[in-house]
Design a protein around this ligand. Structure first.
Ligand SMILES: C[S@@+](CC[C@H](N)C(=O)[O-])C[C@H]1O[C@@H](n2cnc3c(N)ncnc32)[C@H](O)[C@@H]1O
Length: 426
């Protein structure tokens, strides 16, 4: 990531003494939080709300490996930019990363590229305007027709037989479009504006654009070369945590950070990169509404899950809040989130072996002035599914994405806690 590209991970963290449970002496006080600038594990190649640091994930998995054995399978059902899968790969451990956002999966694939692959860079497509382009192209929300056409020359040329893009060239595209569309970003990093008029759209001469993309590709390739990763089985899948494409009893360790109940809209945050991959989130709401924590309410939602007492108390508190739409829209949004979390935990329970371990990194938050005790909710819901709490570590988060939301500031939130919860399958 260039220094002008802000990371979406803005929290600063410190350990809360006296709040450790379990054998923290064995593991020491190690914060999962990413440092402000993290270069390890190529975390800086593209801004992503990561949940935890690469080095922390590596230490965690190597500890698990010494208990479970190195022939283990690690899963992250909310894999994002692939910190878990990369940490596992660097230790030579087999892993599977699942994420519903295809942008995240491109970044995860790039980070797991091995330097042994010969042909990572792509030459500029020959000719102009030969790529697949339609008048309603989602890139037109930010780019002039000519620039969109050149971007489509690239994406058409990069598409492989299986429909996926070469990860190096795709992330080069992501980096370039993010840099040149900065003016469409507002104070909330998860909300991206669209051009209001054709004059507002970005124009870049084709040759200049090609040069920018080639420079990015070369830089990414030299970063990959310095990683020197082993080639182990790493599988990155675009799927949903509520129906994991995995066999029953096939996973030994889960290391993950689910979306929090903080109204981060991952589809809007990555609308430009999704447009590169051909998704138009303003015309088709399927992807956006399928993400956990989405701000859209699904029409078909029935909320049939029975939640434990901590989740139920949260719903009662939200419903009883005197601010506008608390008992309507906001209650539904929280119910939808908790339903997705419950379905994810059902799937985790299905795919995990007996005695397997789950590490969840979760952040508490606030709805207005109502605390959202996400760690307690996860513990409550997981123990109801037969998981046993082994350990919980808490860290205070000084500043979170929630505080970037101006209306939310009216409630003057105190610091919130981030927890690392370890559970074992009974
Ligand atoms: C906190 S981030 C995880 C970050 C990750 N630890 C990393 O290193 O980048 C949560 C992820 O959950 C993904 N997600 C949201 N809804 C999902 C769903 N229904 N199924 C799978 N992944 C989902 C989001 O796209 C996001 O990448």
């Amino acid at each position: 990531m260039d220094s002008s590209t802000p990371s979406l991970a803005v929290a600063e963290q410190e350990a809360l003494p006296g709040l450790f449970h379990g054998s923290s002496s064995e593991r020491g006080v190690l914060s999962p939080k990413r440092p402000a600038v993290e270069t390890a594990g190529m975390a800086d190649v593209f801004p992503y709300y990561a949940g935890f640091a690469f080095e922390w994930a590596t230490k965690q998995l190597s500890r698990d490996g010494s208990h479970v054995g190195s022939d283990m399978t690690v899963l992250d059902p909310w894999n994002g930019s692939g910190t878990t899968t990369l940490a596992a790969q660097s230790l030579g451990i087999r892993s599977i990363g699942v994420d519903r956002n295809p942008v995240a999966n491109v970044i995860a694939r790039l980070r797991g590229e091995t330097s042994l692959k010969p042909q990572l860079t792509e030459a500029p497509p020959s000719g102009f305007g030969r790529g697949f382009y339609k008048a309603t192209d989602p890139l037109n929300a930010w780019f002039s027709d000519r620039t969109t056409r050149r971007l489509r020359d690239w994406t058409t040329a990069l598409r492989k037989a299986d429909g996926s893009l070469n990860a190096v060239a795709a992330v080069a595209l992501f980096r370039v479009i993010r840099r040149v569309t900065k003016k469409f970003e507002g104070s909330n990093p998860t909300w991206v504006k669209r051009s209001k008029s054709p004059e507002d759209r970005i124009r870049i001469p084709a040759r200049e654009l090609d040069e920018m993309l080639l420079t990015e590709q070369r830089a990414l390739c030299s970063r990959i070369a310095t990683q020197d990763l082993p080639k182990v089985g790493t599988t990155i899948l675009t799927a949903s945590s509520d129906s994991l494409p995995l066999r029953n009893n096939s996973v030994d360790v889960i290391l993950t950070s689910p979306p929090y109940l903080t109204r981060i809209d991952y589809a809007v945050a990555y609308a430009r990169e999704l447009a590169i991959l051909g998704h138009d989130i303003s015309a088709d709401r399927t992807l956006r509404s399928s993400l956990m924590g989405t701000t859209l309410i699904r029409k078909s939602e029935t909320f049939s899950h029975e939640f434990g007492p901590v989740a139920q108390e949260l719903l009662v508190n939200i419903c009883g809040h005197d601010s506008k739409a608390s008992s309507g829209y906001y209650l539904k949004q929280a119910q939808q989130y908790l339903t997705d979390l419950s379905s994810g935990l059902d799937e985790i329970s299905r795919v995990c072996k007996e005695k397997s371990l789950v590490h969840l990194v979760v952040q508490d938050s606030f709805y207005k002035d109502v605390p959202v005790p996400l760690a307690e909710i996860c513990i409550d819901e997981a123990t109801a599914r037969g998981w046993v709490l082994e350990e919980r570590e808490q860290f205070v988060v000084r500043r979170s994405l929630v505080t970037l939301n101006t209306p939310a500031r009216a409630y003057k939130k105190s610091n919130v806690a981030e927890s690392v919860i370890t559970l074992r399958r009974g």
